[in-house]
Write a protein that binds this ligand. Structure first.
Ligand code: GDP
Ligand code: MN
Length: 383
């Protein structure tokens, strides 16, 4: 999950990387007030998750608070289009930050080198511009430094890489410190990318992160409560957002037959079976391993939030998941939720007998096989 620039800078500030003072807002008057507090000489920056904001007109320097405020007002609500993002993104927030005097622009990033199966630091004295362009035109200008998974990085290794990247002598020691802190932040936040471009060298001899991009590994979001909240907000579909809050793997599709299964493979199989029976699946939902009745009920509730859903197929192959728990969850859903659509279930595996017995006499339609279940739900839903 990509963090906005202002959130990324918070991450960096926490580990001691120098970032320009600034505040974020979605209001033009507030932007002007922030600019005044910062002394008027500021930069106003659109907070959209896309590259090339500068070229797209989303970054501008000002000498007085009034014009900074006017630009912010103009920017908020506008759609920014860049080469990297031709369909455009609406600006909801702007960052008003202290304007840095820049003598030189360098490039720094930390990311995962999948081929080497290691974290890698990339350093270049050619910052400010598109790094892909540098990689293409002058590949030697980018120095790569792999982080040993058990030893980490020693100072001498970082110093050597910084020299190789031809970072000028006066900036070298601050650059070494910054790299150490970036690697620390990368590990602590479970990031999959940290990028500083430009890493600004000021005429007074300070190294500052003038722009920052941090992306957190989605699979580690559960370890970072604060970011998970963001992920919920970032989800565009309201049901997907609710699923994220409940910790349920759910993807909304555009059909009308709800699907609940356990295990991603089995769920995908169910989608295929529905399609070959002539139906259109409304979602992908994996209840996960070892689901308890309460969770199963919560999943049913989630699927029913989609008003297009005309029928529900439940496909469970019990392993660690016990079918009697699943059955109890389905019964609880029937009891507590207003389920009016047909529900067909194929339940096999651990405690399947008990599960089926529990469901006898309920409004659930049992099925022998996946194919049988798909056929039945398509028939009932489209009747
Ligand atoms: P990006 O285009 O989305 O990568 O946005 P950046 O934050 O990198 O801004 C684009 C360019 O604006 C940078 O490469 C800088 O040249 C310039 N810029 C951004 N902030 C400042 C600042 O505080 N002072 C100065 N002088 N230039 C800045
Ligand atoms: Mn940038």
């Amino acid at each position: 999950m990509k963090l906005h620039e202002y959130e990324s800078k918070d991450v960096l500030a926490k580990v001691g990387v120098p970032v320009p003072a600034g505040e974020v807002t979605s209001d033009g008057d507030e932007a002007r007030a922030i600019a005044e507090r910062l002394g008027g000489k500021v930069v106003v920056k659109a907070q959209v998750l896309m590259g090339g904001r500068g070229k797209a007109g989303g970054v501008k320097l000002f000498d007085d608070a009034a014009s900074a405020g006017a630009f912010a007002r103009e920017l908020i609500g506008k759609t920014l289009v860049s080469i990297q993002n031709p369909q455009g993104m609406v600006v909801e927030k702007v960052l008003v930050a202290e304007q840095i005097d820049i003598a030189e622009e360098y490039y720094l990033s930390v990311l995962v080198d999948r081929a080497a199966a290691k974290v890698v630091v990339m350093i270049s004295a050619k910052g400010g511009m598109d790094i892909e362009e540098v990689a293409h035109d002058d590949p030697g200008a980018i120095v790569r430094l792999h982080v040993d998974p058990s030893w980490g990085l020693a100072d001498f290794q970082i110093r050597k890489a910084v020299r190789e990247a031809r970072i000028p002598k006066p900036a070298q020691s601050q650059m070494v410190q910054m790299i150490k802190r970036l690697v620390e932040a990368f590990m602590d936040t479970d990031a999959d990318l940290i990028e500083i471009n430009p890493c600004a060298w000021t005429p007074e001899g300070r190294l500052v992160a003038a722009d920052a991009k941090v992306s957190i590994d989605d699979n580690a979001l559960y370890r970072h409560e604060g970011y998970r909240q963001n992920a919920d907000d970032a989800a565009e579909d309201p049901i997907e957002a609710e699923a994220a809050r409940r910790g349920i793997a759910y993807v909304r599709l555009d059909g009308d037959i709800g699907v609940i299964g356990n295990g991603a493979g089995l769920v995908m199989c169910s989608l295929d079976e529905i399609a070959s029976a002539g139906g259109r699946p409304a979602d992908f939902l994996d209840v996960g391993g070892g689901a308890q009745a309460e969770r199963v009920k919560s999943c049913v509730e989630l699927v029913l939030m989609d008003p297009n859903v005309k029928g529900l197929l439940i496909n469970i192959f019990g392993g660690i998941t016990r079918c009697d728990e699943v059955a109890r969850g389905i019964l609880a859903a029937f009891d507590e939720l207003n389920v009016t659509i047909p529900v067909v279930a194929r339940i096999e595996g651990t405690a399947a007998e008990e599960g089926r017995r529990l469901l006898e006499g309920s409004r659930l339609v049992p099925a022998e096989t996946m194919q049988d279940a798909a056929r039945k739900i398509v028939e009932l839903a489209y009747a």
